[in-house]
Design a binder for this molecule. Structure first.
Ligand SMILES: [Mn+2]
Length: 291
């Protein structure tokens, strides 16, 4: 297990180029308009924002015996924002890409606003500078490769037990799940940038992109599409938080600067049975900053 981490930490410039190419081909082959429908399996480990906190990422994976887990019919689902901000962004994204090449059917990486489309730049976006500081000007070439890979990452998914997975949220208009295939720019912005708020209707977002969606928007979307819960990342919190009467679960899976939260959260749930809220609550995993 540690040897995978050691392998990731020792990758050089050309190894990384090959890893991006290889994983890019897999994501491109899997592309179905960017929507993954009806994920099946025994269990899913769902992980929220990492933002370069490779140490916590390794801890979550190790604690869940990730290789044994992936060898069986289980899924690890990432909710995006793997890069920017933290100390080990390159290792974080490379570890996930490497696992994708080993277990392509069991690793799902949903894009966040920090894995941006060309028309939706994010800020601050220090990942390209990390690459240049590590590899010199050649780091810019790697960034171009990563950026092309981001364009073939899925942006939303559903599970067979009726969960909806996305980085940010849903738009103000009551869309059908099929509308999420090949979304226009406007819809993509809502998916990657939005946050829930405890009210009704839609409010502008202080982030300057996306919107804040109220409880009624969540309930209508879930009912229309026969879904039970939205699981998303995007917002800093002490590992997890609920909104909209337990219909929206936020997972935040990193600790420390620049958010200064001290608990990272993840969710380990069965995929082969309907989920009651108590089961979800019982299966939230927490890691404190000391671990
Ligand atoms: Mn985000």
């Amino acid at each position: 297990m540690t040897s995978i981490f050691r392998h990731i930490e020792s990758l050089g410039f050309s190894d990384i180029g090959r890893l991006i190419n290889e994983s890019h081909m897999i994501f491109a082959e899997e592309w179905r308009g960017g929507l993954i429908e009806d994920i099946t399996g025994n269990q899913a480990l769902i992980i929220g924002d990492i933002h370069g906190d490779y140490r916590t990422l390794k801890n979550i994976l190790t604690r869940n015996r990730y290789i044994d887990f992936l060898e069986e019919n289980n899924k690890i689902i990432f909710l995006g924002d793997i890069i920017d901000r933290g100390p080990q962004q390159i290792e974080s994204i490379n570890l996930i890409l490497y696992l994708k090449t080993l277990y392509k059917d069991n690793i799902i990486l949903i894009r966040g606003n920090h894995e941006p489309p060309p028309y939706l730049p994010t800020f601050p976006h220090d990942f390209p500078y990390r690459l240049i500081s590590k590899f010199g000007q050649k780091g810019g070439e790697l960034y171009q490769q990563y950026f092309r890979l981001f364009q073939v990452l899925p942006h939303a998914a559903t599970t067979s037990n009726k969960l909806f997975l996305v980085h940010g949220g849903i738009p103000p208009s009551n869309i059908d799940i099929n509308d999420l295939k090949n979304p226009d720019r406007n819809l993509m912005e809502y998916l990657l940038w939005s946050d829930p708020f405890e009210g009704t209707g839609s409010l502008p977002s202080m982030r300057g992109a996306g919107h804040r969606y109220g409880r009624d928007i969540t309930i209508k979307f879930l009912e229309k599409n026969g879904l039970s819960m939205i699981i998303r990342g995007h917002e800093p919190c002490e590992g997890y938080k609920f909104n909209h009467g337990n219909r929206v679960l936020t997972l935040f899976s990193r600790v420390g600067e620049p958010y200064f939260n001290s608990t990272a959260g993840y969710l380990l749930i069965p995929l082969d049975e309907d989920l009651e809220i108590d089961l979800v609550l019982d299966n939230i995993g927490l890691l404190s900053i000391e671990e």
